[in-house]
Design a protein around this ligand. Sequence first.
Ligand code: DAT
Ligand code: MG
Length: 139
Amino acid sequence: MTERTLILVKPDGVKRGLSGEILRRIEAKGYTLVAVELKAATAELLAAHYEEHVGKPFYEPLVEFMMTGASLAIVAEGDRVIEGFRSLAGPTDPTTAPPGTIRGDLGRQWPTTVLQNLVHGSDSPDSAEREIGVWFPTL
Ligand code: DAT
Ligand code: MG
């Protein structure tokens, strides 16, 4: 079933110049780009985006990290793109993410308290709809 997902190249990925490489992998997999915009997230936007993590121990450092620079917000479309992009991204911890994935090939643990793992991808159709609305209110 064709669906849409919200992908972010997080500030670490944008700063390291990996936006193009990550877009290339999304397109090489066969997904279609619907919207792409470089955007500086506010605390309010991140509270809506990371709704399920508010109050967790890593929430505050995560938000601080996400405000260290702009993120590249992407809406991608395709059959099963939600789980497909999660598979391209790899597991949350970049140190142990398998080679072949974005996090496994390009990410590693940096000396900070938060996982700087290059990308975000929506984890369900409900999350995708909410997150697309957060980053692209006019879509
Ligand atoms: P994912 O991004 O793989 O969907 P998540 O939704 O569980 O992971 O968490 C959101 C982000 O928060 C994740 O990309 C990095 C950070 N994070 C998650 N768990 C963490 C932890 N135990 N310590 C530090 N940061 C963490
Ligand atoms: Mg998540």
